[in-house]
Each structure stands twice: as structure tokens, then as C-alpha cells.
Design a protein around this ligand. Structure first.
Ligand SMILES: C[S@@+](CC[C@H](N)C(=O)[O-])C[C@H]1O[C@@H](n2cnc3c(N)ncnc32)[C@H](O)[C@@H]1O
Length: 257
């Protein structure tokens, strides 16, 4: 997969892209990331990429011309279908489904904003506008890295074990089950016996149950779209009710204090 990032802070990327799984993915030739300095498409001695907003107001706005030129050149550099993603807090909330969808694409171009954001016309370049959450960061570089990281670990061959992504949080529409490693007993906390049993069917059933329980406790909003049997759905709603009852009792305690 090829990813092109367009930014005014290209240096931010290398330390993350060069380390750990992303570095390995690049070394293996599975992920081909090119980070471009938007200023290369800007004009004038100062290679200006931002300007004051029409209508007044605080801050600076990213100018349209450098982005339009950059996207045209980067698209033309390599033939083939290409998805342009614009990072903005106003975009669709990025999630595992979108990461899976992007991981299946051949080429993605990511546009990073700064200051007050993009001149509105730049949005017309984007096939997809993505937000990494309901908060505002100073620039699109960290959001772009979040997207590149989440997408690249889904490219076949990037992680050591292909199963690693098959069972983890959000893939089933559930949070992942709890993990344990050695030692079997730490302080007064033991690893659940079933995990030491060697009985793979029991372990799989236990993990599935714990994943449902954990999702019902921590992220009941995910249950509506989760793929559950009628029995599992009943179990999940019991856990949700128990958790809500516990919370109400806790709130009652606080009021009494
Ligand atoms: C300070 S923000 C601009 C926010 C803009 N004035 C607004 O209110 O929507 C500057 C840039 O950071 C990036 N950014 C900030 N928060 C983000 C988020 N939650 N998700 C994705 N990108 C974000 C975008 O590229 C944005 O253009």
C-alpha cells in the first residue's frame, strides 16, 4: 500500500514511521509512505501556505493553491486509483471499520491542516474527511499518524501473527477479552484456571463470554451492532442492567455522604 502525506511539518513523521511495526512494514515493502512538504508547492520567497481569513477573525487559514497543486502532482506521480483523506475535527469519526476499508485501498493521500484549518475549497479535493475524536488538536499530523498506524497494522503481513487483528477490540463489534501472561500467580491475583487448562474449546468459549461481558460493562453502545446469538444478547443485557444498578447504587452512596 502506498500512502502520501501532505503537511507543513514533514519532520514530525519520521520518528514514528521509522519505529516498531510501521518501520518493519516499510522495511518489508508492505507500506510505502511518502511525506511531502506542502511548501514545495507554495509560491514566493516565504513559500506561504496560509493567509488571513476573509471576513476577519482570529488565526490563519491554509491556502487552497498549494494543496490543489500538491494533490494533482502526487496523484500523477503514480498511476492508479487513489483515495484522498482530509484530516479535520469536523469529519466522520475514524474507527476500525474505516481502517479496514482504507487498508484494502492501493493508494491513500492524507492532507494535514494547521491553524484555523483549511480554506473551504480544499475540502472538494477529499474523498473522505476524517476526525480522530471530538477534540481539537493543533494540526493534522498526529491524526494522520493515528490513521496510518491503524491502517497499516491491518495490511496482511505487517503483524507477525495474522490472527492478532482477527480477534481484537472492535473487529467483532466487541471489546477484546482479557489477556494474561506469566507468572500464573502475582500477589494474590491468579490467572483464570481455564487459561491454564490447554482445552482450546473452553478457552475460546471463556474468551467470547468475557469479551461480551467487558463490552456490556464498558461500551454498551457497541452491543447494538455486535454479532451475538440470542443467548449472548440476553447475557449482555443482564450485565448492562447489573452495571447500571451498581452505578445507581454508587451514586446513592455519594449522595448519602
Ligand atoms: C486547530 S485545527 C482547526 C480546527 C477548526 N478551526 C475547527 O474548529 O474545526 C487545525 C488542524 O488540525 C487537524 N485536526 C485537529 N483536530 C483534529 C481531529 N480531532 N481530527 C482530525 N484532525 C484534526 C485538522 O487537520 C485541522 O485542520
Amino acid at each position: 500500500m502506498r500512502v502520501d502525506v501532505i503537511t507543513i511539518f514533514p519532520d514530525v513523521f519520521e520518528p514514528i514511521l521509522g519505529s516498531s511495526m510501521l518501520g518493519i512494514a516499510r522495511d518489508k515493502g508492505l507500506l510505502d509512505v511518502h511525506v511531502h512538504d506542502l511548501r514545495d508547492w507554495a509560491e514566493g520567497v516565504h513559500r506561504q501556505t496560509d493567509d488571513t481569513p476573509y471576513g476577519g477573525g482570529p488565526g490563519m487559514v491554509m491556502k487552497p493553491e498549494p494543496f490543489f497543486r500538491a494533490v494533482a502532482d502526487v496523484k500523477a506521480a503514480v498511476p492508479g486509483e487513489c483515495t484522498v483523506v482530509l484530516m479535520t475535527p469536523q469529519g466522520t469519526r475514524f474507527d476500525q471499520r474505516i481502517a479496514e476499508d482504507l487498508a484494502a485501498r492501493e493508494r491513500v493521500i492524507v492532507l494535514c491542516g494547521r491553524y484555523e484549518g483549511f480554506d473551504e475549497r480544499i475540502r472538494s479535493l477529499a474523498d473522505l474527511q476524517l476526525s480522530i475524536g471530538d477534540f481539537v488538536l493543533t494540526g493534522g499530523e498526529l491524526p494522520a499518524l493515528v490513521v496510518v498506524d491503524a491502517v497499516s497494522r491491518l495490511i496482511p503481513g505487517v503483524l507477525g501473527h495474522e490472527d492478532s487483528t482477527a480477534e481484537e477490540s472492535f473487529t467483532w463489534g466487541l471489546l477484546e477479552y482479557p489477556h494474561y501472561t506469566r507468572p500464573a500467580v502475582y500477589g494474590d491475583i491468579s490467572v483464570p484456571d481455564v487459561l491454564l487448562s490447554g482445552d482450546h474449546a473452553r478457552i475460546a468459549a471463556w474468551r467470547r463470554r468475557r469479551a461480551i461481558e467487558r463490552t456490556a460493562r464498558l461500551r454498551p453502545d457497541l452491543l447494538a451492532d455486535a454479532d451475538l446469538t440470542p443467548d449472548e444478547r440476553e447475557f449482555a443485557s443482564e450485565v448492562v442492567q447489573e452495571t447500571e444498578a451498581g452505578r445507581r447504587a454508587g451514586e446513592g452512596d455519594t449522595t448519602d455522604e
